[in-house]
Design a binder for this molecule. Structure first.
Ligand code: 5AD
Ligand code: FES
Length: 377
């Protein structure tokens, strides 16, 4: 005979058992700093908000043990949107002839850094497409000038794949850090997102060169990029374990309409994206997993996360992120650095941006600090 009371009891009990299992898995990950592919899958498919909260809480605790409630800021200077590459997902790709291209002058770049320094930034990130106009001499000159003017500032470059000698020259000139997202640790997935002339092997070689030279190195990937699966994400984690970067930047894939992936939606194969478990949720889960596996890592709450959700950056911090990267580029060029559609913070002056972020960060109980924000070794 059908007994409704018993059924409800069984369902409730199963739910409780599931929750308990999940908590145990999360505790195990936090304690052993290791994860299996199956555990990753079980965590990524968590559909209930309340269950995810335990994961986020554990990640926050790990961040706090190492970094307190401090949020480091990096001032981003997007100095050229010209790129020789043609990545299928990126709005800066060379085949995108609808983009209005720009380059800042060397003097403009240096004055952006001065302005950032005045606002309290002790790290600037010089980012661009792969623009050959800015050869090694120019880059070294800019880095030297910024370091000469502010001896307590850290300079980060994020200008793509270069020869080892170039990386050495930038380092000699005083560059402290380098960001180069690996994009994916799976060759087939990489080839799915890039044209044939871009090499999976070369990208990894660049990252190992950067580490060997002595840079504080950042890698990273998009969440939900076409062809991504739980397995490729697991490979990303393994790759991070091997490379031991200082920073890992992750943000949701956001389609840009003038690219070959303009019609794609962010999705991880094997996970049903729903309102309760969206790509933003997957990104937050991955931030937490990274925090638990690599407690000292610098993890930014990215602009892409803030674009995908109005509270994305706050949620990122509450999931274990500890860095934000406000824009220092002149407002006149902001809209032109269009990696993806809908990018936020393109209208405000840097000073407004930082005040807005300070309020937001304080609103959730954290503080933005004036500090270089080096990774704890
Ligand atoms: N959506 C989200 N992130 C993107 N990036 C490039 N295009 C997109 C997009 N459409 C990320 C890449 C790149 C970084 C600078 O921005 O991971 O490495
Ligand atoms: Fe410029 Fe990908 S489009 S590096």
């Amino acid at each position: 005979m059908f007994c409704r009371g018993r059924l409800i009891f069984t369902v409730r009990k199963r739910k409780r058992d599931d929750s308990l299992e999940l908590k145990k898995t999360i505790q195990k990950i936090a304690e052993t700093k290791s994860i299996t592919e199956e555990e990753l899958a079980n965590i990524l498919i968590i559909a209930e908000k309340e269950k995810r909260e335990y994961l986020f809480q554990k990640a926050r605790e790990a961040a706090e043990r190492n970094y307190g409630k401090k949020i480091y800021i990096r001032g981003l200077i997007e100095f050229s949107n010209i790129c020789k590459n043609d990545c299928f997902y990126c709005g800066l790709r060379k085949s995108n002839n609808r983009l209005d291209r720009y380059r800042l002058t060397e003097a403009d770049i240096v004055s952006c850094a001065d302005y950032g320094y005045e606002l309290g930034f002790r790290t600037v990130v010089l980012q661009s497409g792969e623009d050959l106009f800015f050869d090694d001499d120019k880059i070294c000159r800019i880095v030297r000038e910024i370091k000469k003017r502010h001896d307590d500032i850290a300079v980060t470059l994020s200008i793509g794949e270069k020869k080892r000698e170039s990386y050495e020259a930038f380092y000699e000139a005083g560059t402290d850090r380098y960001l180069l997202r690996h994009e994916t640790a799976n060759r087939r997935h990489y080839e799915n997102m890039h044209p044939e002339n871009m090499s999976f092997v070369h990208r990894r070689k660049c990252l190992s060169d950067l580490k060997e030279i002595g840079y504080q190195t950042g890698c990273g990937f998009m969440v939900g990029s076409p062809g991504q699966s739980i397995h490729t994400l697991y490979e990303d984690i393994e790759f991070i374990r091997e490379l031991q970067p200082h920073m890992v930047g992750i943000g949701p894939f956001l389609p840009q309409r003038d690219t070959p992936f303009g019609e794609q939606t962010a999705r991880i194969e094997g996970i049903d994206s729903t309102e309760e478990n969206s790509i933003v949720d997957s990104t937050l889960i991955l931030i937490s997993v990274l925090r638990l596996l690599f407690p000292k890592l610098l993890i930014p709450a990215t602009t892409a996360l803030g674009t995908a959700h109005p509270m994305g950056r706050e949620l990122g911090i509450l999931a274990g992120a500890n860095v934000i990267m406000p824009n220092l580029s002149p407002v006149s060029v902001r809209e032109k650095y269009l990696l993806y559609d809908g990018k936020i913070c393109t209208g405000e002056e840097a000073a407004e941006c930082i005040n807005c972020l300070r309020r937001r960060v304080e609103g959730i109980g954290y503080q933005i600090v004036v500090d270089r924000g080096d990774c704890l070794e």
